[in-house]
Design a protein around this ligand. Structure first.
Ligand SMILES: Cc1cc2nc3c(=O)[nH]c(=O)nc-3n(C[C@H](O)[C@H](O)[C@H](O)COP(=O)(O)O)c2cc1C
Length: 319
């Protein structure tokens, strides 16, 4: 069956595990690629030396294509781009920055480039920069979000028919039925973060995974709008940021709170009191930590079941 994302990435199933600081290491990335999807190593929390190690380990663990996510606002981004080129990785997913910066350089070196966008303007900018596809990420997503706070459902519909490069949907997706919905809205693949962050193979700390699994409706919210809107799990660190913001904290004051290794402390070392916990809204739907293999079989089963359910919908109900 033809699928343009599978063709571009040379994969079997158009499911991508998003690059995630402190969660998506070589083990998660290679496990996803071994299931026929595309695993990404999240370079956002890696120095160039550490990234090299992860690329080497990933190559040892899979002979399938895998990619790297490089957030462009990161201090190491330029050096990490050079590492991606040195190791001839299959694809780089850039995010949080200007897609014109490195796209041509990567493409000149035979590397595919996919840029994460959260609005129409950046989607067109990514297309004009020569990107092979875009990830359309709604603000339900874990991690950093767009300032416009556009939901995945609206973003996909907004983009439909506007681009001549394919769209990968992201934000809030944890089931096969949602994958089908995204496909019906014009996406050709999906990028999933939160669900893979809780997987057995994720390098996130067990305390972090359990906190996500035990969270319920309304337990994540978007804060840090002055800097870069970030979806956080409620808790001590969340309260600290919220209080500072309610008192009108400046960008500099907020930077002081977040720039002290808080994401590593929370997500990688499991300090739920002092650490920053980034996770998507769909955290409330996840009730257990599954292996990557279990996640793929669940998503595939649900996707097929959703097709069967379509037949039971009354197409004359609305019109
Ligand atoms: C813990 C965590 C860390 C993340 N870190 C990054 C990152 O470093 N770079 C990036 O582009 N996206 C990052 N994301 C976003 C994911 O790559 C993905 O697009 C998003 O999680 C999809 O939405 P979902 O969480 O609802 O599945 C992160 C997401 C999570 C949950």
């Amino acid at each position: 069956m033809n699928n343009i994302i599978c063709d571009i990435l040379n994969i079997k199933t158009p499911i991508i595990s998003g690059g995630m600081v402190w969660c998506s290491n070589w083990f998660l990335a290679s496990s996803v690629s071994n299931q026929g999807g595309l695993g990404l190593i999240g370079a956002g929390s890696m120095t160039p030396e550490i990234l090299e190690e992860h690329i080497k380990k990933c190559k040892d663990a899979t002979n399938k294509p895998f990619g790297i996510n490089i957030p462009l606002m990161n201090v190491n981004s330029e050096k990490n781009i050079a590492v991606a080129i040195k190791h001839k990785v299959d694809v780089v997913f850039t995010s949080a920055g200007n897609p014109t910066l490195y796209t041509q350089r990567l493409k000149d070196n035979g590397i595919k480039v996919i840029h994460v966008i959260a609005n129409n303007h950046f989607a067109l900018k990514a297309q004009n920069a020569g990107c092979d596809a875009v990830v359309a990420e709604g603000f339900e997503a874990g991690g950093h979000n767009g300032k416009e706070e556009i939901t995945t459902l609206v973003l996909l519909e907004q983009l439909r028919g506007k681009l001549n490069i394919p769209v990968i949907a992201a934000g809030g997706i944890v089931s096969g039925k949602q994958i089908l919905a995204a496909m019906l809205l014009g996406a050709q693949g999906v990028q999933i973060g939160t669900l893979f962050a809780t997987s057995k193979e994720s390098s996130g700390h067990i305390n972090f995974k359990n906190a996500v699994i035990n969270s319920t409706e309304g337990d994540t919210m978007l804060l840090l709008r002055k800097l870069s809107p970030t979806r956080l799990l409620k808790g001590n660190f969340f309260n600290m940021i919220k209080e500072a913001e309610d008192k009108g904290a400046t960008e500099e004051e907020l930077l002081n709170i977040i720039q002290s290794g808080r994401p590593k402390l929370g997500m990688f070392e499991g300090d739920l009191t002092n650490g920053e916990l980034e996770i998507g809204q769909a955290a409330s739907i996840i009730n257990e930590s599954l292996s990557v293999e279990e996640i793929f079989s669940k998503l595939k089963r649900e996707y097929k079941e959703a097709f069967e359910e379509l037949k039971n919908l009354n197409k004359d109900l609305v019109f």
